[in-house]
Ligand binder design. Structure first.
Ligand code: FAD
Length: 402
């Protein structure tokens, strides 16, 4: 088969994974990233068994696991710190082949970038438009123009590729709550297990990272736009350090009296290390593909982080896309298969994540009581079983056919 060329727009987790999957199957790939370097923000990320299975296909699961922490147990607590439900990670691994692994995002990005030749990673290359007139596929970017056989739009929540080729698609939809993320300094005695504590319209979670650090996250129901805008310019321009320290003060005000170990964790977070983002998901697209252009990851199906599945799904997308393109010269037909395999699943998980978020953010006391009671009564085995449709995914190449 003649060498084929792919342009991947966006060098986040999804774009890099797609580039690796295509490169390993003989495609000539370039990754166009608008940021000046390929890196990720200072927070943790949880990778569930389905993501590790996708990373297995890329030959990277062991490298990622070696950089991550695997906690024995974790679960959900109520506002007074009492357990509502618990998950046993060994049981998870027995059932789904891998445990839940949590690592620093920068470490994951490093594993992904190191799996690619450095000269195909083009930072500072913002893509302005993509044209597909059925004959020629043209990508215009800061470094000039590319004419590949395939374009992968992996440019995130506010995808430019989606904006150009899906002009009628609805934009991101605010979830109704904002999130904070942070990593503590190394602790001499980190908590022995992770937990998410559910309050009234607020949640606070923490989970171990390697080296005694903890990755913490919190949410609060708030009007859209109360998070500082990192794109602001002028006299009141965004100052990440100043903003982060005021966010730290806000976290202390909201969560400083929550059950242990929350106050101690907050005390060990550097003031300038707090990230804050409003949370969005994407209304369902009628298709993830347009001719020889495929959307992937958040560009296709941004979801709220309640199931910790956004990046996991981007990794699934990447290996499925490469699988569909294998052994065929008909890129458009292969992308239609990709769409059929990925769209129903990711849109279902997006909805499920939104529903879980709505439950987690409940604030009316009787509803909170009902929620907490239902969570307490749900057997651990039933919780795990309910996760099977999400975590039990197998890569298409592994499927038994015929
Ligand atoms: P992105 O990471 O957004 O990458 C897109 C890239 O494209 C960026 O590098 C951007 O600079 C670049 N780009 C944008 N526009 C252009 C352009 N015009 N030209 C060139 N480049 C461009 N997921 C999990 O699986 N587990 C978790 O625990 C988890 N926790 C989360 C917690 C929070 C609070 C949030 C908000 C999300 C969380 N997610 C989690 C979701 C996960 O972060 C995303 O789903 C994932 O990062 C999406 O990757 P992506 O590559 O599709 O998009």
């Amino acid at each position: 088969m003649p060498e084929r060329a792919a342009t991947v727009v966006g060098g986040g987790i999804g774009g890099l994974a797609a580039a690796i999957a295509l490169h390993r199957r003989g495609w000539r790939v370039e990754v166009l990233e608008r940021a000046p370097e390929f890196t990720e923000i200072g927070a943790g990320i949880s990778l569930w068994p389905n993501a590790l299975r996708a990373l297995d296909v890329l030959g990277l699961a062991d490298a990622v696991r070696a950089l991550g922490a695997v906690e024995a147990t974790g679960g959900v607590r109520d506002r007074r710190g009492r357990w509502l439900s618990r998950t046993d990670n060994d049981e998870l691994a027995r059932r789904f082949g891998h445990p839940l692994v949590v690592l620093h995002r920068a470490d994951l990005l490093r594993v992904l970038t190191e799996a690619l030749p450095a000269d195909i990673l083009r930072s500072g290359s913002e893509v302005s438009t993509v044209r597909d007139d059925g004959h020629a596929l043209v990508v215009e970017h800061a470094g000039g123009e590319s004419r590949p056989d395939l374009v992968v739009g992996a440019d995130g929540l506010r995808s430019a590729v989606r904006g150009v080729l899906w002009p009628d698609a609805d934009g991101p939809r605010y979830a109704g709550y904002s999130a904070w993320r942070m990593v503590t300094e190394p602790l001499s005695e980190p908590p022995s297990e992770g937990a998410a504590t559910w309050g009234r319209g607020e949640r606070f979670g923490y989970t171990a990272l390697p080296g005694g650090r903890m990755y913490c996250f919190a949410t609060a129901s708030l009007p859209e736009g109360t998070a500082a805008d990192p794109t602001a310019t002028g006299p009141t321009a965004f100052d990440p350090k100043a903003t982060s320290s005021s966010e730290h003060a806000e976290l202390l005000r909201r969560f400083g009296s929550w059950p242990d170990p929350v106050p101690a964790l907050l005390a060990s977070v550097p003031e300038d290390a707090v990230l804050r983002h409003d949370l969005y998901d994407l209304p369902p697209l009628p298709s993830f593909v347009h001719g020889r252009v495929a959307l992937l990851g958040d560009a296709a199906h941004a979801m709220t982080p309640n199931l910790g599945q956004g990046a996991c799904q981007a990794l699934e997308d990447a290996v499925t896309l490469a699988h569909c393109l294998d052994g065929t010269t008909d890129v458009s037909a292969a992308l239609r298969s990709y769409d059929l395999l990925r769209r129903p699943r990711t849109q279902l998980i997006t909805r499920r994540s939104a529903r879980l978020g709505a439950v987690g953010q409940l604030a009316w006391p009787p509803a909170v009581l009902l929620r907490d009671t239902a969570a307490r009564l749900m057997p651990a085995r039933a919780t795990l079983r309910s996760m099977t449709p999400v975590l039990g995914w197998t890569p298409p190449a592994d499927r038994v056919t015929g």
